[in-house]
Design a protein around this ligand. Structure first.
Ligand code: CMP
Length: 148
């Protein structure tokens, strides 16, 4: 099933200059970038994006962190993209994420965990429009869809 997923390289990932490595890993797997930009997330965007966590004790810290510096926002597309990306991203807590995953290789904490990716189609439908308008998404049609 062809799917899209929203990916954010969080401020720690961008500032540690990991964006290229992360994008490379996702592209190597066979996922296609269909939208990409730097975004300074506003408090309003952050509260909407993380609304499922609004009653959690870490909610205010989460909003403060994601709004602190720019993020790389991307939509990637591919077969089972949501599950495929979540597997590549690894467990939420970097100290527990498996080696070889993005968080497993680059993060040792639960808050500065490098990357966010949609965890379901419902999440993508909620998060995607917070970061991208429909006219900023370019359906993948480079002519090599059958390489993978
Ligand atoms: P993310 O995938 O962006 O989605 C919610 C975020 O909450 C998660 O990554 C973590 O970075 C962050 N977070 C901070 N503290 C906690 C916690 N105690 N439990 C779960 N998530 C946390």
């Amino acid at each position: 099933m062809n799917q899209r997923t929203l990916i954010l390289i969080k401020p720690d990932g961008l500032k540690r200059r990991l964006s290229g490595n992360i994008i490379q890993k996702l592209e190597n797997k066979g996922l296609n970038i269909v939208a990409l930009k730097l975004v300074k997330v506003t408090e309003e965007m952050a509260k909407r994006h993380y609304s499922v966590h609004e009653n959690k004790p870490f909610f205010n810290d989460l909003v403060r962190y994601i709004t602190s510096d720019p993020v790389v926002a991307m939509i990637m597309e591919g077969k089972n993209a949501i599950a495929v990306v979540r597997n590549l991203v690894g467990a939420t807590d970097g100290s527990k994420a498996a080696p070889g995953t993005i968080r497993g290789d680059y993060s040792i904490s639960i808050d500065k965990n490098i990357i966010h990716a949609s965890d379901s189609e419902e999440s993508y439908n909620h998060e995607g429009p917070i970061f991208f308008n429909a006219n900023e998404i370019y359906p993948f049609s480079y002519g090599d869809e059958n390489l993978f």
